[in-house]
Design a protein around this ligand. Structure first.
Ligand code: AMP
Ligand code: ZN
Length: 468
């Protein structure tokens, strides 16, 4: 049996074949940290979590990188509005993001590269594109990608020829698909950028948004990898532009499968910061909605269908979680003496769950298989038809489904937001200790942070941290 995923670029379900046997490299576009992420954002991150968890269930090792956009038009504007430095602003929301991921039981990515840590590599890629004739400089010290120079432009978003305005430029990182234009790889310095600037061969400036993902995915996963994900609004222009940059700069195929999740809606409109119709995780927790209900609600509608947020849905979600939790404790406590060893039910539930999920993560089918087992199991226990050993087998299967759902074992307490200033100060202290070759002290600081659930990762660009 093979897995099939819907590939945005071909608009078809395709058999999933990994580049390396039983290993999947996946890049997922992460948040822009200028505000708290809303639960619409978390719908997309939840879909990516489901995808990874299911591939792991099917025996793949998954290597996931998720970028953090910590410099762009939005972050710079917000830091000026708030009168704080870009780093202060982004550190705060980055910490909030990691805490939310942990609260929602989303498995942490293996790497969270931050755009500001990769600016020199971005400059190199832009230089490469310029050298090969795919990019040109403008009078204001910016560099643009010339979409007319790359034949494949528009393939991912399925742009029609009349949707491409060759020779025209767009400065904003995000814009509508009709009227695709040359886009900024590098933005020449403007006074609004304040102290956010880097030296480059084109003068002072900062990267455009799209180049970060081409560079960081190449650095961490290689030029050609298996899966690239995001929400549907990432298809154009972000992923279209990433594809163009990567293919032209690296001269190789970029990604085998593009997967995008549909929107979370509120009253049939996209949940978004610009429409001010959003809820953060905190908003829902303040209203006393349990984390497990929130996770279940976001997880259990197929990722390519729009999902309307509603309080009723959260209530239904909580009921489903309770039902499954009650089943698990009933199985664990069961002491009946029936003769049914549960083998057939276990086999068919596993086969039905896998067949559904293999079909482009058909979660409704997957859940139907699980709840069929719940119905059967409850009846068999009530009638004492099930053996104790059979209950154990069913419990083991439900626990393996739990690796995919990640909901039964969730903690009800949200993860606290971290004091990033404190963490950064500890990292600085550790750096100083290491520079003085005081390794006992530097190890002690690492252990001290580890006790608080914070893991330090040493990279060529300095020490990063993440929640364990
Ligand atoms: P941003 O922080 O705006 O870069 O968005 C982070 C991720 O959330 C991107 O992959 C978006 O596609 C996704 N996203 C934004 N709004 C929604 C929504 N209403 N429903 C689902 N995904 C969304
Ligand atoms: Zn991206």
């Amino acid at each position: 049996m093979s897995i099939h995923f819907y590939n945005t670029i071909s608009r078809q379900k395709e058999e999933f074949l990994s580049i390396e046997e039983k290993k999947v490299r996946m890049y997922t576009c992460g948040p822009t940290v200028y505000d708290f992420a809303h639960i619409g954002n978390y719908r997309t991150f939840m879909f990516e979590d489901l995808l990874r968890r299911y591939l792991e269930f099917r025996g793949y090792e998954v290597i996931q990188a998720m970028n953090i956009t910590d410099v762009d038009d939005n972050t710079i504007r917000r830091s000026r509005e708030k009168g704080v430095s870009l780093k202060e602003l982004t550190n705060e929301y980055k910490a909030g993001f990691h805490a939310d991921l942990k609260s929602l039981n989303i498995q942490p990515a293996h790497q969270y590269p931050e755009a500001t840590q990769y600016v020199s590599e971005m400059i190199e890629m832009v230089q490469e594109l310029e050298k090969m004739g795919f990019a040109y400089k403008t009078d204001d010290g910016s560099v643009y990608f010339d979409i007319g120079k790359y034949d494949g432009y528009g393939k991912l978003a399925h742009l029609k020829p009349d949707e491409m305005e060759r020779g025209e430029r767009v400065t904003d990182d995000s814009y509508e698909k009709e009227g695709a234009r040359d886009f900024a790889l590098w933005k020449g310095y403007k006074p609004e950028d304040g102290d956010v600037e880097w030296d480059s061969p084109w003068g002072k400036g900062r990267p455009g948004w799209h180049i970060e993902c081409s560079v960081m995915s190449t650095e961490l996963l290689g030029a050609h990898f298996d899966i690239h994900c995001g929400g549907v609004d990432n298809i154009f222009p972000h992923h279209e532009n990433e594809l163009a940059q990567s293919v032209c700069a690296n001269g190789s195929k970029f990604v085998n499968y593009w997967m995008h999740s549909e929107y979370l809606l509120v009253d049939n409109k996209k949940m978004s910061k610009s429409l001010n119709n959003f809820y953060t995780l905190r908003d829902l927790l303040d209203k006393k909605y349990p984390l497990a209900a929130i996770r279940w609600m976001l997880l259990t509608t197929h990722y390519r269908q729009k999902l309307n947020f509603s309080v009723e849905r959260l209530d239904e979600a909580q009921k489903a979680v309770n039902r499954l939790r009650e089943f698990v404790s009933k199985l664990a406590d069961y002491d009946g003496q029936g003769h049914d060893d549960g083998k057939n039910s276990v086999m068919s539930a596993k086969a039905d769950f896998t067949a559904a999920m293999d079909d482009d993560l058909n979660i409704s089918g997957g859940l139907a298989a699980i709840f069929e087992l719940v119905r059967w199991g409850n009846r068999a226990m009530d009638n004492e038809e099930l053996s104790k050993e059979g209950a154990g087998k069913i419990l083991k299967l439900v626990q393996s489904f739990e690796h995919v759902l990640g909901v039964l074992t969730m903690k009800e307490e949200p993860s606290p937001k971290l004091d990033t200033v404190y963490i950064e100060s500890k990292i600085a202290e550790r750096n100083a200790a290491r520079a003085n070759k005081d390794f006992a002290r530097s190890d002690a600081i690492r252990d001290e942070l580890a006790d608080q659930g914070i893991e330090l990762i040493d990279t060529p660009d300095g020490t990063k941290w993440k929640l364990k």
